[in-house]
Design a protein around this ligand. Structure first.
Ligand code: ADP
Ligand code: MG
Length: 690
């Protein structure tokens, strides 16, 4: 009798109660679970290259013999286990850190193995660090797997081996199983996708690269497709939500236009038009505004807010930190000087005036309210909130955003992102929103000349800074920490500040800025710096979202190898804002990791935030990209939105096409989709952006 998908894994041949417990740790409880437990990789005995022909940085899979092994203990009880393998044309070192005794015992001189991994230099030796290994056991009788050219490799846990997983999966195929098709035939045909049984077979037991590719395509497409169905449905929902039809009264908006000290860029005009059109329509706006650092998003948001206000509504802007909120408040105050618009800033905690501010928000006396999470507190009530602007959307949770929206009257929503988001990521997390992109910087922006140097050349940089300060320019020095600590020897802001002030820069005004200071003190220092009263500002990353000082033309970043790419880019965005040539010098300290090097080189190569974001996404992966947990990025089992970009685009286009025709998935030909959607996705719709 064949297996049914819900059969417990315990009763599959080769498992039993003890192993079932280990399987459970991997989330595998049923036959279906293990069938959809995709291999993370494959070991292949098919090689067309010998060791002598391999190139560095290549991912290789090859058959070789163990020629020697040894285990070296290092300081702090770390050990390095080395196995040398050869195929007769050359040698490769396989390296493990802290290898288990069990692993070490597996290797015997003369044994034939398959190794797979990325070839690199470790020390001066051609090595693979933590390779995947398969032992080829000659004596044993031939089995299904011993004949195969491609062996699947799974993510494992203690108590389970690849061999066991392969055996169990093979047993299931031997006995046979029932499995439900989840993609309609017409769809599979049009999108060139394998049926589910065939795809499962090929993903676990491929005979060629082509098999792997076709099987992956089926599952990657399906995974992305269902998420995109959800996005398509949400987007349709939003677009049908009744809102306020505003009228471009040209009172406040025109007043601002006439008062601007600069001409709007073409891109700014374009996105303002998109926003105004949305707000005029009888439906609610749901728009994401993207643009690189310094592309001028603030002024666009201000236009939107003034449009709401000239229609008698209130507008609120919510930022994730107090510094950011304060900065928005100050910009608004500056732009709207002499306007008949009442602004207020609402921060957390209790302070003088807070009661009065809350009262004014409730009575409608305040027109534009800038705030942090404080805006969503219970005691905050609005009179007629018509527009919500959320800065750095991904730093807020779904419930927080919803709470704010519920305080409004069918408000329009504008979400801003200070981090440029690569297209593939935007399609998966903001795919339900309309998107406006400011893809042009104001004309006076100069590219910041960027270089990175090794710390032994730091003195030369200091000389250069000195020269520039003597010419009248100002300098930022960014450090990764506030205080030096025993645990690390990273340069800290406080000690760097002291050293410079007492030593090299004693004739200049040097000051210090970090997040542990009181707000008033921070404000005062920022203010002094922007007035030109401070020559050198030593700071932590608090200046990331800080100030706009055209005369500050140089930024030196200590331990640049430690910073994330997007963060480096944001920091660099603080210079290059005036008429002088600007510089960003990244000082790197050994050891510099491979990804560290990639970040440094990317910074040197480009000033384009979107390009940088792409590389950052590639290095860190979607989950870490924003550095927060609340970002709402769907978890994919097999799809990789960077590698599978093309499939993503195809799946998206097709999903939108289907939802457009059959929103409820009620047509007979979509019955498979309807079933899976109801089971797995309908509930998730609730977790969406708004
Ligand atoms: P971001 O998109 O990073 O939030 P901002 O809105 O803070 O950028 O704008 C950066 C700076 O550019 C501000 O000082 C702003 O006054 C200025 N700015 C914005 N738009 C223009 C423009 N069209 N021409 C010149 N300067 C501009
Ligand atoms: Mg901004």
């Amino acid at each position: 009798m064949s297996y049914s998908p819900d059969d417990s894994i315990q009763y599959v041949r080769g498992v039993g109660p003890k192993r079932a417990k280990y399987f459970k740790k991997l989330g595998i409880e049923t036959v279906k679970d293990i069938l959809f437990y995709y291999p993370r990789d494959y070991l292949s005995t098919v090689t067309d290259k010998s060791i002598s022909e391999l190139k560095i940085n290549e991912t290789v899979s090859l058959k070789a013999k163990v020629t020697s092994k040894n285990n070296v203990y290092r300081k702090y009880r770390k050990s390095i286990f080395q196995v040398v393998v050869s195929d007769g044309t050359g040698y490769i070192y396989c390296i493990w850190f802290n290898a288990s005794k069990w692993l070490r015992e597996q290797f015997e001189e003369g044994k034939e193995i398959i190794v797979r991994g990325k070839l690199q230099f470790y020390g001066k030796k051609l090595s693979i660090i933590h390779p995947d290994v398969e032992f080829l056991n000659k004596e044993k009788k031939r089995s299904f797997w011993s004949e195969r050219d491609y062996l699947p490799v799974y993510n494992l846990t203690e108590g389970l081996s690849n061999k066991l997983l392969r055996k169990v999966i093979h047993n299931i195929f031997e006995r046979g199983f029932e499995i439900e098709e989840t993609l309609p035939e017409y769809l599979r045909e049009q999108q060139n996708l394998l049926p589910v049984y065939k795809a499962l077979k090929l993903i676990h037991m491929p005979s060629s690269q082509q098999d792997i590719k076709r099987a992956r395509r089926r599952f990657v497409f399906e995974e992305l497709f269902f998420v995109e169905l959800m996005l398509a449905r949400k987007k349709k929902d939003w677009s049908r939500k009744k809102g306020n039809s505003l009228v471009l009264k040209k009172t406040l908006t025109t007043q601002l236009k006439n008062k601007l000290p600069f001409a709007l860029t073409f891109a700014q005009k374009k996105v303002i038009r998109e926003i105004v059109d949305d707000m005029k329509s009888p439906y609610q706006m749901n728009r994401l505004l993207q643009g690189d650092v310094g592309s001028g998003k603030t002024i666009v948001a201000i236009f939107a807010m003034l449009l709401a206000v000239e229609n008698g509504f209130q507008a609120a802007i919510m930022a994730p930190t107090e510094i950011l909120a304060q900065q928005h408040y100050l910009s608004l105050k500056d732009y709207l000087k002499n306007f008949d618009v009442k602004l207020s800033l609402l921060l957390g905690g209790n302070y003088k005036d807070k009661k009065k501010i809350l009262k004014n928000i409730k009575s409608g006396k305040c027109d534009i309210i800038v705030g942090t999470h404080s805006l969503i507190q219970k005691n905050v009530e609005f009179d007629s909130l018509g527009l919500i602007v959320i800065d750095e959307q991904h730093r807020f949770g779904v419930m927080q955003r919803k709470t704010l929206i519920q305080k409004g009257q069918t408000p329009d929503k504008l979400v801003m992102s200070a981090t440029p988001i690569p297209r593939s990521l935007a399609l998966t997390i903001y795919g339900d929103l309309e998107v406006s992109v400011i893809d042009e910087l104001p004309p006076n922006r100069k590219t910041v000349y960027t270089n990175w140097i090794n710390s032994d050349k730091r003195e030369e940089v200091i000389d250069f800074l000195q020269k520039k300060i003597e010419e009248g320019r100002q300098v930022f020095i960014v450090c990764p920490l506030v205080e030096e600590s025993e645990k690390s020897d990273l340069k800290a802001a406080t000690s760097t500040y002291k050293k410079l002030k007492q030593g090299t820069f004693s004739e200049f005004e040097v000051d210090l800025l970090h997040g542990k200071m009181k707000n008033e003190k921070k404000d005062k220092i920022m203010h002094e710096f922007s007035r030109g009263n401070i020559d050198v500002l030593v700071a932590t990353t608090v200046i990331e979202v800080g100030i706009d000082v055209p005369n500050a033309t140089i930024m030196m970043i200590e331990h640049a190898e430690r910073f994330g790419l997007s963060q480096l880019h944001q920091l660099r965005g603080r210079v290059g804002r005036g008429k002088y040539k600007s510089y960003c010098v990244l000082v790197a300290y050994e050891p510099i990791s491979e990804t560290g090097l990639k970040r440094l080189n990317t910074m040197r190569k480009t000033n384009d935030g979107f390009e940088i974001a792409e590389v950052d996404l590639e290095i860190r992966g979607p989950g870490e990209f924003f550095g927060t947990e609340q970002s709402g990025i769907p978890h994919f089992k097999i799809a990789n939105i960077i590698r599978d970009k093309e499939i993503l685009e195809e799946a998206r286009e097709y999903a939108f096409y289907i939802i457009d025709k059959d929103y409820e998935l009620i047509s007979e030909k979509n019955k498979e989709l309807r079933k899976k959607y109801r089971q797995n996705y309908l509930e998730k719709e609730k977790l969406f952006s708004f």
